[in-house]
Design a binder for this molecule. Structure first.
Ligand code: ADP
Ligand code: MG
Length: 429
């Protein structure tokens, strides 16, 4: 079969790599892809948000299946556009993607269906938001302020004082730093505990959880500094015990999939719940309508099943025929980023040492912001590589991964040194 993967990050490189292992897959296209995806298929110079062009390309090539990596094309209705012309595509419709693309929809949806989550109020008027915040007490600090739309993972401010909260409200609602997403904001109760990413695949009827995983959002070691797209991940995540997993499925994931169907927004795709776990009790922080990045890299490294078979079945509504098979070993993904990320950074630095890592057993270097130029591979984004390794237990996975990371360099390469440490502490306290 011919498969089109949409996106250009580490997640999409991992998808293309995994798909390429299947004997059923004859050709993979990645739009637009990066220097790494080109090793597993053909990069197509169409951006992920150019829905019409993507559709025409898929029709012309007679694509058997399209897999959408990032949220943007989903939010623009790529699934409806493809299905409207009879093309098979895996991901939620625009209406179903609202579970991620509108924080207001998502919070009200969770409240309507008694999905455990932080308490909140929504505001469309900045003065009302500020006067409400003004009535809060010291124990309501930190206060979480969220813009109502896709803001590239930057639309959430955890405010440590009321002044900070007022500032956040002004920036979002008056200065419109996130544009339209600031028309409505959410003021939300701060939850404490440990965060995990919980991802399931569903065809709208059957729901299968993927292996457990944990992301590392902040830029610096010890979870300090501003949030990023994700600086590393590992799987399994010991904080998600079997009991916690059961609770997340029963209280969050299954009710969400069912309720989306009941609300006439049938959900098909990967469904990702960001959860906060305290004393073994999970609460939902948010939903995402896609695989996480870098969680996907850590997960796909452990997946033994044929991904093309799994996704084809889910796209056809036959997910009940599928069982997922996971490598018992642990995986760790360390993201190497450009100096300055998540703020400004330079591009175009030559990446060295990739050949020294290529072929290392149980290690994969997934590319994100990279491109090929004059036979060299250069940096082309904030997050550049996701070095991912498998090991017997988290300790070995960490060691193997960092050994590979240390062989790769470019001017200004930055990475966290503590990916996986939280899991390690739980394994051998
Ligand atoms: N209610 C909350 N309590 C504590 N931390 C929160 C809360 N909401 C969000 N956060 C923190 O902010 C991060 C980003 O928020 P999230 O709702 O996941 O939005 P997005 O991923 O769209 O930026 C979370 O990963 C979490 O660390
Ligand atoms: Mg999030």
């Amino acid at each position: 079969m011919k498969i089109l993967v949409i996106g250009s990050g580490g997640r999409e490189h991992a998808l293309a790599w995994k798909l390429s292992q299947s004997s059923r897959v004859k050709k993979i296209f990645i739009a637009p892809g990066n220097a790494g995806t080109a090793d597993h298929g053909e990069n197509v110079p169409i951006k992920a948000d150019e829905i019409e062009k993507l559709k025409r390309f898929a029709l012309k090539e007679g694509m058997d299946l399209t897999i959408v990596g990032p949220e943007l094309p989903l939010s623009l209705g790529i699934v409806g556009a493809f299905e409207g012309v009879g093309l098979k595509i895996f991901g939620p419709s625009k209406e179903a993607a609202a579970i991620e693309t509108s924080k207001v929809f998502s919070k009200e949806f969770m409240a309507r269906h008694n999905i455990p989550a932080a308490g909140f109020r929504k505001f469309t008027d900045p003065e009302e938001a500020k006067s409400y915040a003004g009535t809060l007490e010291a124990r309501d600090i930190p206060l979480v302020v969220k813009a109502d739309g896709l803001a590239g993972g930057k639309g959430v401010f955890v405010c440590n004082s009321m002044d900070e909260a007022f500032l956040a409200i002004n920036l979002m609602m008056k200065e419109k730093i996130f544009g339209e997403a600031g028309n409505c904001v959410i003021l939300e109760e701060f939850l404490t505990g440990e965060e995990a990413s919980f991802i399931a695949i569903t065809d709208g009827k059957t729901v299968i959880p993927l292996a457990t995983t944990q992301d590392h959002k902040p830029i610096y070691d010890g979870d300090k500094g501003p949030n990023t797209g994700g600086m590393g991940a590992y799987s399994p995540a010991p904080v998600v015990t079997e009991e916690v997993e059961e609770e997340i499925m029963n209280a969050i994931i299954l009710p969400a999939v069912k309720a989306m169907g009941d609300e006439d927004r049938p959900y098909k795709g990967f469904l990702y719940a960001g959860v906060m776990i305290k004393d073994g009790k999970p609460k939902a922080l948010e939903f995402n309508c896609r695989l996480g990045d870098p969680e996907a890299q850590a997960l796909l490294m452990r997946l033994k099943s044929d991904l093309s078979r799994v996704i084809s079945a889910a796209a056809d509504g036959r997910l009940d025929e599928i069982e997922l098979d996971w490598d018992e070993r642990s995986s760790v993904c360390v993201v190497m980023a450009s100096e300055g990320y998540p703020e400004g950074y330079e591009k175009g630095k030559e990446i060295r040492g990739l050949d020294g890592v290529a072929g290392t057993e149980d290690v994969m270097v997934f590319h994100a912001g990279t491109k090929r130029e004059d036979g060299r591979i250069i940096t082309d984004g904030g997050r550049v590589l996701g070095v991912t390794g498998l090991g017997n237990g988290i300790k070995e996975a960490i060691e193997k991964t960092y050994r590979a990371v240390e062989k790769i360099s470019w001017e200004g390469a930055y990475y966290r040194k503590d990916i996986g440490v939280k899991a390690l502490r739980k394994e051998s306290p």
